[in-house]
Design a protein around this ligand. Structure first.
Ligand SMILES: Nc1ncnc2c1ncn2[C@@H]1O[C@H](COP(=O)(O)OP(=O)(O)O)[C@@H](O)[C@H]1O
Ligand SMILES: Cc1ncc(COP(=O)(O)OP(=O)(O)O)c(N)n1
Length: 289
């Protein structure tokens, strides 16, 4: 996965995750750091919210004062050159505005926004009143990675269930916000798990407005944190890749392998995590000398 020479860290992207926590390690900041490392980056993390959750659901959310969030962001950017940022759970409009303000002052070259709204368990991770704020934040991103329900919220339209309708809705979102969209098909009910990169302005390689990434649904309940892990992988791979479509292609292959091996981790009684380092571990000799 590492660009060329694994001992030459001049090319290692320095990637910041701005997100909430998951003490079971499957989603949020904890998953992001694993994903960044697995995809060849140096991971850093600024916590937006502390979430008491596990593989079965969310128990409670603690949001530190917003001044402390800004203090964390400035601590990183005053010291480290950030190559890419991944933004995940933001919880409320005060936090969104603080992150937007920081981006206006310190925008890294690559900004990936996962517009986290509701966890698989059905628990809300974004205040319902913050939807307008998240729509404004989308305009600051290079890439936004909504799942099907989140795409509908960004489009301000009802959720769709046919893949062709997903592509059309993603096209409208891209045109409205002037952003590249990765529409994720993990919520499709037809046995597929395809994704699509859509840019209404034709900013993809070769002036294209669409790249599709077909995928088959893996029969597993180990899908906790797939969206977090994918967006972090993309933030890590984009500085290393010639275009978004190359980053998505590699990230999706890595994610598919990580989902496949998630159940072997034996973590939790609900929707378990993915195995971020399955590819690395597969190449290791288990024998002790
Ligand atoms: N069961 C599955 N098998 C294969 N890929 C999946 C599966 N579930 C999700 N994915 C993939 O994981 C990524 C996250 O998708 P999705 O579940 O739609 O987002 P989120 O986790 O944000 O709800 C996408 O690349 C999607 O195609
Ligand atoms: C802190 C935190 N952030 C995001 C999520 C949601 O994770 P995501 O990868 O979008 O998907 P699911 O885990 O809900 O499938 C989370 N649970 N916690």
């Amino acid at each position: 996965m590492h660009p060329t020479d694994p001992t030459d860290h001049r090319q290692t992207p320095r990637v910041l995750s701005i997100a909430g926590t998951d003490p079971t390690g499957g989603a949020g900041i904890q998953a992001d750091l694993k994903s960044i490392a697995a995809n060849g980056g140096y991971g850093m993390a600024v916590v937006t919210a502390l979430v008491a959750q596990n593989t079965m659901g969310v128990r409670s959310v603690h949001i530190p004062p917003v001044e402390f969030l800004t203090e964390q962001l400035d601590s990183v950017s005053d010291d480290v050159e950030i190559d890419a940022v991944k933004i995940g759970m933001l919880a409320n409009s005060t936090i969104i505005e603080a992150v937007a303000d920081w981006l206006r002052r310190q925008r890294p070259p690559v900004v990936v926004l996962d517009p986290v709204m509701v966890a698989t368990s059905g628990d809300r991770l974004l205040d319902e009143r913050a939807v307008d704020a998240i729509r404004n934040l989308v305009r600051h991103a290079d890439l936004v990675t909504p799942n099907i329900p989140e795409l509908a919220v960004l489009a301000d339209e009802p959720a769709v269930s046919r893949w062709d309708d997903v592509l059309e809705q993603a096209h409208r979102v891209s045109a409205t916000y002037g952003v590249t969209v990765l529409a994720k098909g993990g919520h499709l009910a037809d046995g597929s798990a395809s994704d699509a990169l859509v840019d209404a302005g034709g900013r993809l390689s070769g002036g294209r407005d669409l790249f599709e990434f077909p995928g088959e649904r893996i029969e597993t309940t180990n899908t906790h944190g797939t969206g977090c892990s994918l967006s972090s992988a993309l933030a890590t791979l984009r500085p290393q890749a010639p275009g978004w479509e190359h980053a998505v292609d590699r990230a999706k292959r890595w994610l598919t392998e990580s989902i496949t091996h998630g159940a072997a981790l034996r973590v939790g009684h609900g929707n378990g995590p993915i195995s971020h380092f399955a590819g690395l571990w597969a190449g290791q000799d288990g024998a002790w000398s």
